[in-house]
Design a protein around this ligand. Structure first.
Ligand code: SF4
Length: 417
């Protein structure tokens, strides 16, 4: 059980979207950002709704142009999650977005040079009762006009030390920005300090969590495509969350934003910070014992489970009966493949032995039946683990890697019922 650091709480949303709380005792909130143009209303609405269906609880949109803020009213009418307007450089865009009814504003005071303009946004948010995210990005902490200084900082960053100097600058900048809001007696804020360097993200959030009690928005910026960005993001955000730091997260990939939401949720499930929604799939990596096309099967099972199963049923797809049973322990529904067949178990009971081409349909059928039994109160999730009585030819040898290691059996094929 992770003991989360207690922060102040902010909230956003309205009667139509519901209220989403961030910080305090609220669960960690998953948010994301659309990749398309905000002014393209139909595409924008479709993307927001697709992200919300995937589990995003807050969605951010960029509003660099007047035509973007003009589109917000219609976008808000057609969506049902709180929308955040992402503002850079143009404070008027923030004022227009607030006027349109947006639920939160993301602001980097570092790229709005006139303090009165920042104050105008603060006052408008106060009047509209909406919060602001105050964001510092590693890439924008040195004003753009001071490029020589920026180059020096980067040079130090990449050569002399890992990130000590940048860390100091990011914290100093954040303190400077927060002072602007404190001076205006506006405390309805959350804060962020992002970098593309995972270890810097860990260090900077660890430090600012000691300095501020505002809720923290965690993120790794410019994380890259999902294939590599997932590791960069999970290392940084997972470490912080495991230490109780972080109130809302955004994983950012140069890929479809749905992956951001799916991976953020999976990370929270793995950390025990959210109650899982939908099935949990475990699968073996395969090895030289595999006798079916397990990778294809796993992907098909994953998609079908996402579409059809709402309860957190634990499903195991294992390549054989040799090591699989031990690894599938705790699964409610499991299939052990071999010899172009699959043996399916439901909470320890063998229910089917089917040829490879029937595994997917039969496994899903058993998952649906089991889900219905749970819904009717006839079965409980995780009540019985998969207690495998190994099929022939293992027989009384049992299963498990140690048996193989002991030379008791070299290769196993699944027998027929
Ligand atoms: S379950 Fe079987 S096929 Fe899969 S990795 Fe383990 S031993 Fe190999």
């Amino acid at each position: 059980m992770i003991a989360r650091r207690r922060t102040r709480q902010i909230s956003l949303g309205d009667d139509r979207t519901g209220i989403v709380a961030i910080g305090g005792d609220a669960p960690v909130v998953v948010q994301t950002m659309i990749a398309g143009y905000t002014y393209d209303i139909d595409t924008c609405v479709a993307e927001i709704n697709r992200l919300a269906a995937a589990g995003a609880e807050v969605v951010r949109v960029a509003v660099p142009q007047r035509k973007d803020t003009e589109a917000l009213g219609e976008i808000l009418n057609q969506t049902s999650v709180p929308i955040v307007a992402d503002v850079h450089f143009h404070y008027q865009r923030a004022l227009e977005a607030i006027e349109a009814g947006v639920h939160k504003v993301r602001l980097n005071p570092g790229n709005i040079s006139d303090r009165e303009q920042v104050n105008a946004v603060i006052d408008a948010c106060r009047d509209a009762h909406i919060p602001i995210r105050v964001g510092v990005n590693e890439g924008s902490i040195i004003e753009r006009k001071d490029k020589q200084q920026r180059l020096k900082e980067l040079g130090r960053f990449f050569s002399e030390h890992r990130h000590g100097h940048l860390l100091a600058i990011m914290i100093a900048k954040l303190e400077e920005y927060v002072d602007i809001f404190d001076a205006r007696d506006f405390h309805d804020i959350c804060i962020s300090a992002k970098s593309m360097d995972a270890s810097l993200v860990i260090d900077v959030y660890t430090e600012i969590s000691k300095r501020f009690d505002y809720p923290l928005h965690l993120g790794v910026t410019h994380a890259g495509p999902k294939e590599t960005g997932a590791i960069r993001s999970v290392v940084a955000l997972g470490t912080l969350l495991a230490n109780g730091i972080g109130d809302t997260i955004r994983i950012s990939y140069a890929s479809d934003s749905v992956h951001e939401v799916e991976d953020a949720l999976e990370m929270l499930y793995c950390l025990g910070l959210r109650q899982r929604v939908g099935a949990e799939l475990i699968a073996c990596p395969t090895c030289g014992r595999i006798q079916v096309d397990l990778f294809t099967l796993v992907q098909e099972v994953r998609k079908k489970l996402a579409d059809e199963i709402e309860l957190p049923i634990k499903v195991a797809v294992m390549g054989c009966v040799v090591n699989g049973p031990g690894e599938a322990e705790g699964a409610d529904v499991a299939v052990f493949a071999g010899n172009r067949r699959g043996i399916i178990y439901v909470q320890g009971e063998r229910v089917a032995n089917v040829p490879e081409h029937e595994i997917l349909d039969r496994l899903l059928q058993e998952c649906r039946v089991f889900q219905d039994r749970v819904a009717r109160g006839e079965a409980k999730l995780g009540e019985k683990t998969v207690q495998i009585v190994p099929p022939d030819p293992i027989g009384e040898l049992g299963s498990g890697f140690e048996k193989i290691a002991a030379g008791a059996v070299e290769q196993v094929t699944v027998g027929r019922t």
